[in-house]
Structure formats: C-alpha cells, structure tokens
Design a protein around this ligand. Sequence first.
Ligand code: IMP
Length: 190
Amino acid sequence: MNLIFATGNLNKLQEIKSLIPKDININDLNSLNFYEEIPENENSIEKNAVFKAKFIYNKYNINVFADDTGLEVEALNGEPGVFSARYAGKECDSNKNMEKLLKNLLDKKNRKASFKTVIALILDNKLYKFEGIVNGTITNFKKGNKGFGYDPIFIPEGYEKSFAEFSINEKNGISHRSIAVKKLINFLKK
Ligand code: IMP
C-alpha cells in the first residue's frame, strides 16, 4: 500500500516510518515536489488535520494522511493548543514558543499539560480520524536536546525526564503521535 504523509517535517516522517510496517510505503510531500506550507487556519487540531489531508487529496487524488498536534496546558485554559506552532507569533520558532510558555507559567503551580495528535486519513475518498493523547507536566526550564518542538519542556506522566531526553524509540513507545499512528496502523491492517 502506498500512502502520502502530508508533511514536510523530516522528524515526523522519521518517527512515523519507524512505527509503520514495511509493507506500507510512506512518502512525504517532497516526493510529490510539493514544498509549500499547507495553511493551518482552522480552530481545532482535528479540523487542521482534516483540512491538510483534504488539501492534498483534492490536489493529487492520492491516498493521504495528515496529522496535527497541539500542546494543551491546563493552567492556560488549553493554550497553546491549536496555536502551538505559532504561539510566539509569526516569526516564532520552537525556542521562542517554549520561552513564551515558560514565562506564562512562571506564577502557576499547576503544570499539567497534554499533547494531542489527530491523524486524518483519506483512503479511497473516505475520511477516517485517529486520536492520541499523552498527559504530563511542563518543566521549569528546558531539558535535553533530542526530539523537536516542545519536547525539552514536557515530562510525560510516570517519567522524570523530558521528551527531549528520550531516544526516538523510547518516545515512540508512549507518544501522542505513536498512539494515533498505532490506531491508524491497526485500521490499515484490517
Ligand atoms: P504540528 O503537528 O506540526 O502542527 O505541530 C504543532 C506544534 O506542536 C509545533 O510547534 C510542533 O513543533 C509541536 N509539536 C508537534 N509534535 C510534537 C512533539 O512530538 N513534541 C514536541 N512538540 C511537538
């Protein structure tokens, strides 16, 4: 089976490829010579994932899945959530996003947060959705240099180290994306 993963993010492609059985051939958007950013203007993580999958399906008429992820922080009423990628504004990067989040949490005792991933799959013109959530806490400062995004400031429940201190395989064992991907794989295997 051939599937396009609607991303240009090599970290995500690598994470997902290491989880998916070899008989499912995954390629990213670069394999379609598509190098643009797909707009992420919807008001929920789920809607963004569906939008991205539909965008590629409509353009190339090809089986495709897209994911969208957000970090939801309890003391900030679920922020940054759907705005996780651009939390610190237009010119933001992961460091600026993390710094803003740590600053907004400075006076907060409640450090509970969760990562949520939604995968939208369009297979033979039908839409399917898969969700993965991992609960944890936000650190007081950045820890570790692996992973990407908010990994250095997120400690998953039951651990004392941040996601940025996990190897890819360890992170894949428990992460929000791997939970959603495993649901996707189980569906594809049926
Ligand atoms: P998206 O899934 O690319 O839309 O991700 C939204 C935001 O969440 C971006 O800022 C990513 O860097 C961040 N993000 C997505 N997945 C992860 C993850 O597994 N760990 C840490 N940050 C992530």
